[in-house]
Design a protein around this ligand. Structure first.
Ligand code: IMP
Length: 428
């Protein structure tokens, strides 16, 4: 089975939890985009694990792969590998030689670029993601395989410095010795990581030929896609399902199953349009109930009601087969639950998501109200195990079925709490 798991909103949909839940059925788990702008927490009986670079599926799979489409901070990765080895001693780790390297200089540039953008700043995670992809596409980027050669690192750092001099002039990187010192440290990190380097596109293909199951784990979400998201308030990579192919080398036509992860409300960090955003005390309550603070940055997340026109769009763009619906326990704590089910423009329903503030100001967001299903505790899960779908509260079933009808795809997984055991594969 070849499966892709993706977020259909603005990231933080709970992909980590869903991937972890699924991953014991997969031999290999692959990440194909982004870097440590992502943050996922997996809660198991052994404790809570926070990862930024290694896939969330790495606690239970045999093998994890960091694909060529990623941008990797080698220092962060060394720390995560140490943590991972404590949690899953037998996991095999492979890093694409073709993935690009985030250096401390790129992190500096991320902040400096945000300052230059001033009122156009987008609130990045300041992890150097944008500047590293810039260098990749400028063909001056440092790849993982380059970490084996100090001369190449030095030459590339010098080129990047010359190209970005205006932004680096006031930094420690303006001094050549500091740049050289940084390059030496990167080389040392490369020496520690080289045992994991591989042409991972071929590793993945070999696994496929041997009939192994493979899970591809997306980072961020559809609305953060560089092309189809709310540009410029997006990340610097493609986040749609198609990106798994270019970010790992594996052909999309061989994928069996695409699972879209949807949080039962919406959250986002950073700036940009958000049609169903909530403000005031109701937003504060939802934020507190859901502990909606960035895993990477700690920033309070903006929150709002589930936006089904956005999900319908994402379902089409990603060719989603079924939905994993998360955080139903959090939403059940709200007295009133709303869902946006339609956008109107000039009084007519539209099937696209407007992508500019001007167009968005012209749309009318239509809501349907639902009764709350209240607290969902472990007894609901026990009851479900004995009695099946009908054991779920009627209000919750109504909510799930409304979503399915609106987007034309089944909800195959629901998540009722942060623990691995609070996840249910729906059978009806
Ligand atoms: P960058 O990816 O750090 O350049 O940030 C660009 C935008 O994407 C900002 O609005 C970030 O908050 C957002 N972003 C990036 N990664 C994630 C994620 O994993 N979850 C949620 N938002 C993210």
């Amino acid at each position: 089975m070849i499966t892709v798991v993706l977020g259909l909103q603005f990231g933080d949909e709970g992909k980590g939890k869903i991937t972890d839940y699924l991953s014991d059925k997969y031999y290999t788990v692959v990440r194909f985009n982004g870097g440590n702008n992502a943050g996922h927490t997996v809660v198991t009986s052994e404790g809570s694990f926070k990862f930024h670079l290694v896939p969330s599926g790495s606690l239970r799979s045999n093998e994890v792969i960091l694909g060529n489409g990623m941008v990797i901070d080698p220092f962060g990765l060394i720390e995560e590998i140490e943590k991972l080895k404590k949690a899953n001693a037998n996991v095999s780790i492979k890093i694409s030689k073709l993935a690009h390297v985030v250096t401390p200089l790129h992190k500096y540039l991320d902040k400096a670029e945000e300052e230059v953008r001033a009122k156009l700043s987008l609130g990045t995670t300041a992890q150097g993601i944008g500047p590293t992809y810039e260098d990749k596409f400028a063909r001056t980027g440092i790849r993982m395989v380059d970490l084996l050669d100090l001369q190449i690192i030095n030459d590339k750092v010098e080129t990047i410095y010359k190209m970005k001099k205006a932004l680096l002039e006031d930094s420690e990187y303006a001094i050549k010795e500091n740049r050289e010192e940084m390059s030496r440290k990167i080389k040392e990190a490369g020496d520690k990581l080289r045992e994991y380097f591989d042409y991972t596109e071929m590793v993945i293909y070999r696994r496929f030929e041997a009939g192994k199951s493979i899970l591809f784990e997306g980072a961020q979400g559809t609305m953060l896609d560089i092309d189809f998201g709310m540009y410029p308030f997006v990340t610097s990579s493609n986040t749609l399902s198609g990106a798994m192919s270019l970010g790992s080398g594996f052909p999309f036509r061989k994928v069996d199953n695409v699972i879209g992860v949807v949080k039962s409300y919406v959250s986002r960090v950073g700036e940009g349009p958000f049609p169903t955003e909530l403000k005031g005390p109701e937003a504060d309550r939802l934020r507190e109930f859901g502990h909606e603070y960035g895993t990477t940055t700690g920033r309070p997340r903006r929150v709002g009601w589930l936006d089904l026109p956005m999900i319908s769009y994402a379902v089409k763009m990603n060719d989603v087969d079924s939905i994993a619906l998360t955080r139903l326990d959090t939403l059940g704590k709200m007295e009133k639950i709303r869902v946006c089910y339609k956008y109107l423009r000039d009084g007519k329903e539209i099937d696209y998501v407007p992508r500019s503030f001007d167009e968005l100001s012209e749309i009318e967001v239509q809501y349907k109200d639902f009764k709350s299903w209240g607290d969902l505790n472990d007894s609901v899960i026990e009851k479900y195990e004995k009695e099946g779908y009908s054991a779920l509260p009627a209000e919750l079933r109504e909510y799930i079925e409304f979503i399915e009808k609106s987007i034309g795809k089944p909800v195959s997984i629901i998540s009722l709490g942060e623990k691995r055991e609070s996840t249910i594969s729906l059978k009806r």
